[in-house]
Design a protein around this ligand. Structure first.
Ligand code: DGL
Length: 250
């Protein structure tokens, strides 16, 4: 099965890593819109416009499925993309919520959702979690993590100060943290350490692992095989390929 993976930048590589590691796809084609990242601070119509351009791009590759490895796009543009595409499209949000549901979570556990302005203000996580009955949900915009990750900073003073800025006024210590942006798994260790120092170690939910589980259920006939990869970026594709090489061990 040949699939496409789309993100605003390099963050979607965290999802691609899970897909690649599964060895269940014949080819994975990645496109990061690095010229226009971040998406998460832009308005919905702009994100829809950019995402429709990505759909056009993927029409050149005869893909059988497009994985939107971006929460901001998943929260804003999936219905519009589906209308234009000639292949199925799935986003990461439902997969993340399902992964939380399938963990040992209790209905009154403290859940923290972090994501971009677009994702958090869309209320999509809060709504889906609320529909499942979760009652202690705190959702905050942590958009500055995106350029920090794009800059290749995964630990250290800048990140520590940014975490302090965003997390110091949380109402409750989270037991579960949904990483509602595909850039955030790259700073998962730092986030885990931050909260562990303050008490209990939280359980982090990562969209990449979640989507792989989700896909195995939808496509039960996928078999192990060699996976070819192709990487495209709207700006500086060599940088993206370099990062992909490191993260995916290519
Ligand atoms: N990685 C993306 C997400 O999951 C977006 C980052 C951005 O472009 O703002 O939301």
């Amino acid at each position: 099965m040949r699939i496409g993976v789309f993100d605003s930048g390099v963050g979607g590589l965290t999802v691609m890593r899970s897909l690649y590691k599964s060895s269940l796809f014949s080819e994975i084609i990645y496109f990061g819109d690095t010229a226009r990242v971040p998406y998460g601070s832009k308005d919905k119509n702009t994100i829809i416009r950019y995402s429709l351009e990505a759909v056009e791009f993927f029409k050149n590759f005869n893909i059988e499925l497009l994985v939107v490895a971006c929460n901001s796009v998943s929260a804003s543009a999936i219905p519009q993309m589906r209308e234009e595409a000639n292949f199925p499209i799935i986003g990461v949000v439902e997969a993340g919520v399902l992964a939380l549901k399938n963990s040992l979570v209790k209905i009154d556990d403290n859940i923290l959702v972090i994501g971009t302005k677009t994702t958090i203000s869309s209320n999509i996580y809060q709504r889906l979690l609320g529909d499942l009955g979760f009652c202690n949900i705190e959702a905050i915009e942590t958009g500055l993590f995106v350029p920090i990750v794009e800059e290749g900073i995964f630990k250290g003073k800048v990140l520590d100060a940014t975490m302090e800025y965003y997390f110091q006024n949380l109402k409750r210590h989270p037991k579960y943290i949904i990483l509602g942006c595909t850039h955030f798994p790259l700073i998962a260790s730092a986030i885990e350490e931050y909260f562990t120092k303050q008490g209990q170690k939280p359980i982090l939910i990562h969209s990449g692992d979640a989507i792989m589980e989700y896909l195995k259920n939808i496509y039960p006939n996928l078999r192990e095989q060699d996976t070819q990869t192709k990487f495209f970026a709207s700006e500086n594709p060599n940088k993206l390929k370099e990062i992909a090489k490191q993260w995916l061990n290519l």
